[in-house]
Design a binder for this molecule. Sequence first.
Ligand code: ARG
Length: 678
Amino acid sequence: MSTLEGENAALSEMERITAKLQTQIEQTKRGEGLEFEDDEEYMKLQTENLKLKHRLAILNKAIAAEQNATSSAKHYVPATLPTAIDEMISITEHLVDLFTNAIALAFPQLAGTTAIISSVNASAAKFGDYQCNSAMSLAKTLKTSGINKSPRVIANEVVKNVAQSPLVAKTEVAGAGYINVFLKKEYALNVISNMLRFGVKPPLCRKQRILVDFSSPNIAKQMHVGHLRSTIIGDSICRLMEFLGHDVLRINHLGDWGTQFGMLIAHLEESFPNYINESPPIGDLQAFYKESKKRFDEDEEFKKRAYNCVVLLQSGDPNSTKAWTQICDVSRAEFQAIYERLDVRIHPIGESFYQSRMIDIVKFLDSKGLLEEDEGRKIMWPDETKTGIPLTIVKSDGGFTYDTSDMAAIRYRLYEQKADWLVYVVDSGQSTHLQNIYRAAERAGIFDPKTQRADHVNFGVVLGEDGKKFKTRSGETIKLSDLLDEGLKRALDKLLEKERDKVLTAEELRAAQESVAYGCIKYADLSHNRANDYVFSFDKMLEDRGNTAVYLLYAFTRICSISRNCGEDFSDLGKVLDAGVIIKLEHEKEWKLAKTLLKFHDVLNRISKDLFIHPLCEYCYEVCTVFSEFYDNCYCIEKNKSGEIVKVNRGRILLCEATSAVLKQCLNILGLKPVAKI
Ligand code: ARG
């Protein structure tokens, strides 16, 4: 269904409610069918009438809002009513719509109350597949307006008003007033056949331009584990948004500008005087950084030269620019090697890019009267109350700061790059800084939270197994390339321990090693709630039991191999379906697996709202464990005693294929690369 059709459906539903109310009012007005015993009853009805009028006004207002939303169409989420061709919807979202409407019909005074829907754990399927738990809170609300009804009675009235849905087989009221919802098998079969035929498609959503600022290490400094977290989480968010069909800008906000470049340039000039003509052989940029810092701290003459270099660089002097470019190149090549190993695409727009825009933003903020003098600095308060910490827009020496570049960047991103949604994947320690930037941008009229969105996707620090900050034994920060090397080594050990070298070719072993190594580092990060600190442990992440990358990669490969080994051709699933192979969901475990696969769109819907990725990892694990239950209980391929295949249960093989298709898409969003053999 198109967005417009969805909106129309929602609108006509609203109109229906209004019409019903209007009739009630008219009837009350005319006193139709009513005999007034006395004045008291008449008064009661009059009050009721007044209340109804009030409710009508609320509904009319809601309709007007809906109509506005239709015309501006920017932030309106369509009602989710599936049609035959378009079933890739979030079931939860659809049920929320369905029950929200039912509540409005049953209790017009509560129109607009969003229904509460939760999915029921698959092992408690007798209570339905989903549940609407609104009746209890509705009872409380009704009580405040003098209506005493038990949640059970309310639930029954809601159920009576639930519209027909292609998803719902039946609803029933249970316990204190829960509404159990049972899914229709036909619907599940339809979705699964479509997945097989057309691939796993994303749920419907309004397309947006999303800018994700992630990774963002600093030139000449170590790219550390914090940047690794940002890289992994940011890449996964980009993959998710790309799958949903958004226009995604993957931006590396490199720290490539600032006063530290003065000392680096001065040191380069001193140690490689020929840098203009030939690239300096800086092997170890960190050591180079340390040396220049030492010179800077110990030698006054050098310090003066360093300051001068900053001035020259910022004024565009060609030699200083050349030196700066060379230093940046060395760093960028190091970063790029890491991105390639992790298969991360990212486009650099460093802080230096904003140099001219920083000059502009200062003028802009000044012209709006937002800058204040403070001991020689120019500061800006994020909001009019002037509380919290002000931004330093211009330092007392005239230089710019991290605040200045972020203000220039947010303006560029919203105005020139025309992003609707900005996502900053940065450690939790920078929360205040980013909130200040968003608020200041709003105050300056650059950012409008009503039509645009800015999120800080924060994350905790990486800890070592000793619970302290992640460092080498000697207390140094760990080099990312060393960490990845260590991962490769450990992954290989694991594979050798399982004697995989005996069955895999050298090439296959190498592919499996990389898949496991990088996969486990990514997955360990993504499967934890990002807001918490997280303990980095190779031993834990390489376990092959529980919710780990190794378990998933093995499970995925195993599922894929079933159709490959059944002796029949399942390479073209559309053809198999056309040939009349049907999936039956008769066995309880088949049905459970199908329902688990159907949750995919719910999960994507949820994680794309709050940008917490770990529920997707939990979902992958659930798919694999539910698949195991299915596979243990339902024969896909039957063999005789001598191991020959005697029967292929083709419908079940299709269920295996649907499982691997869903899982593959999930792994893709997580940035994991499954291999054919492991
Ligand atoms: N370079 C910064 C750091 O290493 C992160 C930049 C994050 N992005 C931003 N727009 N401030 O801490």
